[in-house]
Design a protein around this ligand. Structure first.
Ligand SMILES: [Zn+2]
Length: 372
């Protein structure tokens, strides 16, 4: 993450850059923000800037070896602490820690504006409380006892310090107050009111506000989205970038439910249900009908890729991935290819202005036969 990847917040960015240039970096800073504030991205961009060996006026260079590591979140002088729950009950601490670190890096890369819920969902821990355990304070002290490897600085980012077990919080009080030279703590909190006063009093506090609508809009404008949809997402997100991004995607969500429903009915060869669905699809406008078929083709392509074992190529979101995996197990390769072709043909027939009801009903029956 670099400053230029973050919309808005120019005052705060300037202030952070200024501290780095003056060499007046507070040894423990608390980046506070409400849910949806982009305080974690800001702390990450600040870290990239601090480590960069070829800093520009307003940002890290993005090219030097330090930046290249920072952008992949593998810089040896950046340490991360974040809440987790041991959902698999792994007894081997080191392996568990390494697994979680891997998940954490993927999360940062894939969902740069994700929140606590996105994080726990990303490793399958959504129904368990994630905490920063008391062992973690020992790890923090251990990690900071070594000299920096490559950078002049060592940076310890603690995300959601409010999730620290009280004994973990107490375990870091001393080092938080007097860290080793050139070591900086960046605490990133969404509910600072839950922090122990002893932690709060040891940090310099920085409030990261939610974004202005124009800033959210500027960010969304970089993505492919129609103007109406974008305006709606901006209006409903109220400065929460994460929410705006998911609102922008929510049409895909509708298609996902619709497609899953449709394919299930095809599989069951449930003629009554299929006829009702065909009528429903008929009522949608052409654009939506095409969007549904385009979406179906994308899911089929992803399933074909999954079939070939190319899971790393999958760009689908979590509920889609689950669906793709199930679909993959259910379908033979040749019937999958057939299904792809039927949906493709349905799209062409729609383009020729055929009756949507007949096209969808006919395609449903063909899909049903292919699946069974
Ligand atoms: Zn650099």
């Amino acid at each position: 993450m670099r400053f230029s990847d973050i919309p808005g917040l120019s005052d705060i960015k300037q202030r952070l850059i200024h501290t780095a240039k003056q060499g007046k970096i507070a040894h423990a800073q608390l980046f506070m923000g409400r849910e949806g504030a982009i305080n974690l991205p800001l702390a990450l961009a600040y870290t990239t800037f601090l480590h960069c060996t070829n800093r520009g006026e307003t940002d890290a260079c993005g090219q030097c070896p330090a930046c290249s590591k920072s952008l992949k979140y593998i810089h040896p002088d950046t340490h991360f602490v974040f809440p987790v729950s041991n959902v698999k009950g792994d007894k081997d601490d080191d392996r568990f820690r390494a697994d979680m670190m891997k998940s954490w890096r993927s999360f940062l890369v894939e969902q740069p504006f994700g929140g606590p819920g996105d994080w726990t969902t990303s490793y399958g821990g959504e129904d368990k409380t994630a905490i920063i355990s008391k062992d973690e304070s020992r790890e923090i002290v251990k990690a900071l006892s070594l000299k920096p490897f490559e950078s002049p600085f060592k940076i310890m980012i603690i995300w959601q310090p409010e999730a620290m077990h009280p004994s973990a919080a107490n375990g870091i009080l001393k080092i938080l107050e007097e860290p080793p030279q050139n070591t900086f703590f960046l605490l990133v909190s969404n509910s600072a009111e839950r922090l122990l006063p002893t932690i709060l009093s040891r940090t310099q506090q920085l409030t990261v506000p939610l974004l202005e609508d124009t800033e959210v809009d500027a960010h969304l404008s970089k993505l492919e989205a129609n103007a109406g949809k974008r305006a709606k997402a901006v209006a409903n997100a109220e400065g929460n970038l994460r929410l705006a991004l998911s609102l922008l995607e929510s049409d895909a969500e509708d298609h996902h439910e619709r497609l899953a429903d449709w394919l299930r009915a095809c599989y069951k060869q449930d003629a009554v249900k299929l006829y009702t669905l065909a009528e429903e699809f008929h009522e949608m406008d052409r654009l939506q009908q095409h969007a549904l078929l385009t979406y179906a083709l994308r899911i089929m392509r992803e399933t074909l890729l999954a079939y070939a074992g190319a899971t790393t190529l999958l760009r689908s979101r979590e509920n889609e991935q689950e669906f793709v995996q199930k679909f993959c197990k259910m379908m033979r390769l040749d019937s999958l290819e057939q299904a792809y072709q039927f949906i493709n043909e349905a799209g062409m027939m729609l383009e020729r202005n055929g009756s949507a009801k007949m096209i969808f009903f006919d395609t449903s029956l063909r899909l049903g036969r292919a699946m069974n």
